[in-house]
Design a protein around this ligand. Sequence first.
Ligand code: PEP
Length: 251
Amino acid sequence: MQRKLAVANWKMNGTIEKLQDIESLTKIHQQSQVGIVICPPATLIYQAVQITNNSNLQIGGQNCHYDTSGPYTGDISADMLNNLGARYVIIGHSERRNSYDEQNEDVYARATAAINCNLTVIVCVGETAKQKKQNITLDVVVTQLKECIPNIQDARQLVIAYEPVWAIGTGKIPTINQIHLVHSHMRKQLNKRFGSEIASQICLLYGGSVNPHNATDIFAIPDVDGALVGNSSLFSQDFSSIIVALESSKF
Ligand code: PEP
C-alpha cells in the first residue's frame, strides 16, 4: 500500500509563536491515516520535534549539506537534523536550485547524505516555464530523476515531489492531465530502475500552488500520493483542509 503524505514547507517563515500551529495540528489530526510532515525553518526544528513526539506528525528539514561536519559556515548536516529528531528532509527545491545554483549532482550528494543518516529524502523535480514551452517537461523530469536520486533499498527512504517551477507560489497549476502524465511517467521510470515492488511504494507528491480548493481534484489523480505545500501550509486551517482532502481521497 502506498503511503499518503501531506508535507508543509514553511520556507523562511515562522518564529517561536508559530509552533502553536503545529500543536493544534497534532490535536486535530491525531487519528489521521495519512502521513503529515512539517518542515519548519531549522531554528524551530528542535521544539517542533518535542511538540510532535507521541503524535503522528513528523518534522523535516528544508535542506542539508552533503558532508557530516566541517568548515561550512551556515550549513546544517543530515546527521544534525537526525540528531534533532527530524525524520525527513527536502532536497533540490527549485528555490535552492535558483538562489544557490544547486545542480543535480549537488542534489544527489545531499540526498545520499540524508539517506545515509536515516532520513527520508523528499527530492524535488520539475520543469521551468521555458522548458514547459519547449515541450520538454518529461525529458527534464527523467533527467532529474536519473541524476538526483541515489540507490535505495526501501521505498520508505525516498519521496519524490513533482513541482513545476512555474507553479510554485504563482497560483497556477498544470491541468489534471498534465499532472497525471508526469506522475505516471515518473512511476514508470522508477519501475525500470528499482523494480515494481519498490517503485509502487514510493510516495509521489505534487507541489505547486496546492490549496484547499484544488486539493481534492489533485488527490484524485492516479499516482498522486499527496502534496508538498508551501504558501497554504502557513495557514494551519488551510493545511488542515488539505490534509482532510488527502484523508478522504481513495487509497
Ligand atoms: C513549494 O515551495 O514547495 C510550494 C509548493 O510552494 P507553493 O505551495 O506556495 O506553490
